[in-house]
Design a binder for this molecule. Structure first.
Ligand code: HEM
Ligand code: HEM
Length: 312
């Protein structure tokens, strides 16, 4: 806990510039999407028990608050995906990791992020004020831009924060970007000798990350922009999973998404547990709990995909 507070205050105090913020937002976004995923697997699991419970809980997805949270979810998923892609390119094409190219890459990533997030967020939120307060175009635009601007401005401002020249950055040697308190954490990570298991986890995070760009972003895009969250109910799942032609495909797609998103997210969570929890007993207990939750969630998610057998 003390390490977590120290890291948070270091991130706020130290002006490490683009790399530092890219890393901090990447971690927060990954953990946020993971929290959503755990809840989401649970709510889809309820579909295994018929329409009543599932339909009763759908209000969770449809209120104004849920719509703002969904925009935040898109923010986290899109930012994490683009930043993850940049990290993967840096890892496999060392030239990209040189200081000059890395900085430019962060700005390209930021540009692509804003280009995709601002219009998508606008489409997601535009009708929200009208639903709550009645038609008023100017008011709708103002509220929508306000909500979108919040995360977009945070990312843009911090990514463009100038580097404090009095503190030497050492990105080229791979020591880590941040010289303040938490550089210890980053340095110990990059100097850690990777055993075979550690290397496989590292590789898995990258391969699953690439797959999730299609699986997770594709799923979000379909659910939100093609089908529409307002059309979602028990019958919607029947139409997808019981379809005589595409049913098997969608079940396979969801199973792949379940496996790669959950295992990727839980391996990611392990980095945070290892970085912030220094008491050995507590660390082992948390890692054990994470494995139990992961197994339970995989079983619940797979159970509903394999056992679902309802018709309209
Ligand atoms: C959409 C495509 C995605 C890509 C390209 C991607 C990429 C990556 C990469 C490359 C890493 C490793 C960073 C490192 O080694 O320090 C990572 C870490 C992580 N990912 Fe993802 N990811 C994606 C989706 C997801 C999803 C859906 C979740 C949540 C379920 C998630 C949660 C995490 C977490 C918690 C970490 C650990 C971050 C840290 O503590 O440094 N990612 N991701
Ligand atoms: C607005 C956002 C989202 C909506 C409305 C939504 C909706 C749904 C629905 C209706 C299903 C049922 C199966 C189907 O029809 O294919 C489902 C399944 C699933 N979704 Fe999402 N989804 C959203 C975002 C996400 C995100 C961001 C992820 C991953 C990080 C995700 C991961 C999954 C998984 C793994 C399943 C299968 C669950 C299981 O086997 O229990 N969803 N989603």
């Amino acid at each position: 806990m003390a390490a977590l507070i120290h890291t948070a205050s270091s991130v706020l105090r130290y002006r490490g510039g683009a790399g530092q913020w890219a890393w901090a937002i990447h971690r927060a976004a990954g953990l946020g999407v993971l929290a959503f995923l755990l809840l989401h697997i649970f709510d889809i699991f309820l579909a295994a028990f018929g329409p009543h419970l599932f339909n009763d809980l759908l209000f969770l997805y449809k209120g104004w608050f849920a719509r703002v949270l969904e925009t935040l979810l898109l923010f986290g998923l899109l930012y994490h995906a683009l930043n993850g892609l940049r990290l993967i390119l840096m890892d496999f094409f060392p030239i990209v990791a040189s200081r000059k190219i890395t900085r430019n890459f962060i700005y390209i990533q930021l540009g692509v992020f804003l280009l995709l997030f601002i219009p998508a967020g606008f489409v997601m939120l535009y009708s929200l004020p009208a639903d709550q307060f009645g038609q008023n175009a100017a008011f709708s635009i103002l509220i929508t831009l306000g909500i979108i601007a919040l995360p977009a401005v945070i990312v843009a401002l911090f990514s463009l924060t100038p580097v404090n020249r009095s503190i030497q950055l050492d990105t080229d040697s791979g020591v880590g970007n941040y010289q303040d308190g938490f550089d210890r954490i980053v340095a110990s990570r990059s100097h850690r000798v990777m055993n075979r298991v550690e290397l496989n986890i590292w590789l898995f995070l990258r391969i699953s990350g690439l797959l999730l760009i299609v699986l997770a972003l594709g799923h979000f895009f379909l659910m939100h922009f093609i089908y529409g969250v307002e059309n979602m109910d028990f019958n919607f799942i029947i139409e997808r999973w019981m379809d005589p032609h595409l049913g098997l495909f969608w079940r396979g797609y969801d199973l792949a998404l379940l496996f790669f998103a959950l295992v990727h997210g839980m391996f990611g969570l392990r980095y945070s547990i290892e970085d912030y929890v220094h008491n050995h007993g507590l660390k082992m207990a948390l890692l054990g709990l994470a494995v139990l939750v992961e197994i339970a969630m995989l079983a619940m998610g797979a159970f509903v995909i394999f056992s679902f057998n309802y018709t309209t």
